[in-house]
Design a protein around this ligand. Structure first.
Ligand code: GUN
Length: 281
């Protein structure tokens, strides 16, 4: 039987609807959540993501401001901007779209964000809080993945969870969130030996590699929940695909997320959730 397709599009719409009601209640008390979105340079993918984030704010009733800096913006320009946003009363959340141009020190930029406005949960204070399990914000993509796994109906406690990829944005925090839910977690990366065998043990497999069709059907245990975090554009057809060979893996998996319409919209819904939460901090 082919896998159940876990629609992030539907689930994110439901979550955004709930948030819309929460924002309306805040509005009746004279409070409007505000998000500042910072983008540097002309990366087309970043532009698409930033536009989606702004659109979601509009849908929900969150006030948003965009700060688009040119490709040659300096470290000082960016640090000064964030410092002023930290102090801005109508801004509850600050999001700096990554990646930043190569001449910018990304770490210093992230460290400048007030942790209480860090709706991406990238600041070391928030990363540390996630590690301990006592956090204000969950990182958006891993939090969205957790919601999708819950949607699959599978219990995480005691399950073999394999995360492929060890980035600070996804792989590492994802592993920690699965651990908090009592999964037995393995992280695979470019130096992992026997990656196929390791993946085949997974009851829950999360792919965050950034390579089209990296996860093939022979790497998936029958009935597994397969979550595809990848967003890759194919060179030839320009088609958007994930890290998972969807058509073949869907024949074997118990549940699977599509690309597009899977994790992507969930990331945005979780950003909206964090922005509403930021008001309370
Ligand atoms: N670039 C890729 N993913 C993300 C994300 O979740 N947040 C930000 N700010 N930049 C990203």
């Amino acid at each position: 039987m082919p896998a159940k397709v876990l629609s992030g599009k539907l689930l994110s719409a439901r979550i955004k609807d709930e948030l819309k009601h929460e924002v309306a209640q805040l509005e009746s008390k004279g409070i409007t959540p505000g998000l500042a979105v910072v983008i540097v340079g002309n990366d087309p993918a970043s532009r698409v993501y930033v536009n989606s984030k702004k659109k979601a704010c509009e849908e929900i009733g969150i006030y948003s401001e965009e700060y688009a800096l040119p490709e040659d913006a300096t470290q000082m320009d960016l640090v000064n901007l964030i410092t002023s946003l930290n102090q801005k009363k109508d801004i509850d959340g600050i999001l700096v779209q990554l990646p930043l141009p190569k001449h910018i020190n990304e770490e210093e930029v992230i460290n400048t964000i007030n942790p209480k406005k860090d709706v991406d949960a990238f600041h070391p204070v928030n990363v540390g809080k996630i590690m301990i399990g006592n956090y204000d914000f969950l990182p958006c993509t891993p939090a969205g993945v957790m919601e999708l796994i819950k949607e699959s109906g599978i219990e995480i406690a005691g399950k073999e969870c394999v995360v492929v990829g060890r980035s600070n944005i996804v792989g590492k925090p994802q592993s920690m969130l699965l651990l908090h839910e009592h999964g037995t977690v393995t992280i695979c990366h470019s130096r992992t030996k026997n990656i196929k065998e390791v993946c085949r043990k997974a009851d829950i497999l999360v792919a965050a590699v950034g390579k089209a069709n990296f996860i093939t059907a022979d790497m998936v245990k029958p009935g597994a929940v397969v979550i595809d975090v990848g967003i890759n554009r194919l060179e030839d057809t320009k088609k958007l695909v994930g890290d998972v060979d969807f058509d073949n893996v869907a024949e074997i998996a118990g549940a699977i997320t599509p690309v597009p319409g899977g994790v992507g919209p969930m990331t945005i819904a979780m950003l909206m959730r964090n922005t509403v939460k930021a008001v309370q901090l």
